[in-house]
Design a protein around this ligand. Structure first.
Ligand SMILES: NC(=O)C1=CN([C@@H]2O[C@H](COP(=O)(O)OP(=O)(O)OC[C@H]3O[C@@H](n4cnc5c(N)ncnc54)[C@H](O)[C@@H]3O)[C@@H](O)[C@H]2O)[C@@H](O)CC1
Ligand SMILES: [K+]
Length: 247
């Protein structure tokens, strides 16, 4: 599927999709987040095959998807380290549930600025090209330019040789206008959810663009007058460049 052939939506339209999912169809946020995070982990393994992964997680729905991905990556034998942008008590209810699970299964969790991560870097054990940074700091609810401590994590990610995989959008990129804030994550790949967002198409910060199913019933789109066809007819993750299953 080419990016231009697929209908793209604004943040406002995507928010309406998410509202309809929860309120009209009773598909819970946690279900969508599980789909998002599992697909993110799948893409991370299939595309980057990392040994070590640092998951940067914001307090909202985007970060929640990152915490789900962290669980799946740890289950699949990857050395995962989570860095929260805000203290745990700032997380929304559903992301907080995901964090609780991670703590119970023993995934290391730090809060920015993250002393263990910095100590490892001082010892020369910083991330290299074979490792991966997963960016789930801010999604479609970005307002203005990333503020500290998110901004520091964005700069940290951009300063590493390790590639960055972003969820929904590179953090700092406005999904509607396509304007990249300062700072903005420069992703090697971005997995966006349900439908591409207009601001992602053609943006150099996005890298390779993939699309994941979060189980939106066709009726949601029909009611909004959006014709999407059947992008996930063969696979729950598709590349918007080549149209095939992500490999
Ligand atoms: N809402 C939903 O129903 C779903 C959302 N999902 C994911 O959740 C995202 C949307 O979630 P939310 O609406 O909770 O919000 P986000 O996770 O996009 O971000 C909101 C958080 O970012 C902070 N923030 C915003 N602008 C900032 C700035 N300039 N500097 C520093 N912090 C800033 C806000 O204070 C807030 O804590 C989507 O992009 C998608 O990735 C998916 O998990 C699936 C379903
Ligand atoms: K993001």
């Amino acid at each position: 599927m080419s990016g231009s052939a697929c209908p793209a939506v604004t943040a406002e339209q995507m928010r309406e999709v998410d509202r309809a999912m929860v309120e009209d169809f009773h598909i819970e946020l946690g279900q969508m987040m599980e789909n998002a995070g599992r697909s993110l982990a799948e893409l991370a393994v299939n595309t980057f095959d990392p040994v070590r992964v640092v998951v940067l997680a914001g307090p909202g729905g985007n970060g929640g998807g990152g915490l789900v991905a962290a669980r799946h990556l740890a289950n699949r034998g990857r050395d995962v380290h989570v860095v929260l942008a805000k203290p745990a008590d700032h997380l929304g209810e559903v992301p907080a549930h995901q964090l609780d699970i991670l703590a119970r299964i023993g995934v290391p969790i730090g809060t920015a600025p993250d002393p263990p991560l910095r100590a490892a870097e001082v010892r020369g054990e910083g991330l290299g090209e074979g490792d991966l940074i997963v960016d789930t700091l801010i999604g479609y609810s970005l307002v203005g330019s990333p503020a500290e401590p998110v901004a520091g994590l964005v700069r940290w990610a951009n300063g590493h040789a390790a590639p960055v995989l972003s969820l929904d959008t590179p953090s700092g990129l406005d999904v509607t206008t396509g304007v990249a804030a300062n700072p903005c994550v420069r992703a090697a790949a971005t997995l966006t959810l349900a439908l591409p967002k207009v601001g992602l198409l053609g943006s150099p910060e996005v890298g390779r663009l993939y699309l994941a199913d979060i189980s939106v019933p066709p009726l949601v789109y029909e009611r909004m007058g959006i014709e999407i066809g059947n992008p996930f007819g063969e696979h729950p993750i598709v590349s918007l460049d080549c149209g095939g299953p992500a490999s």
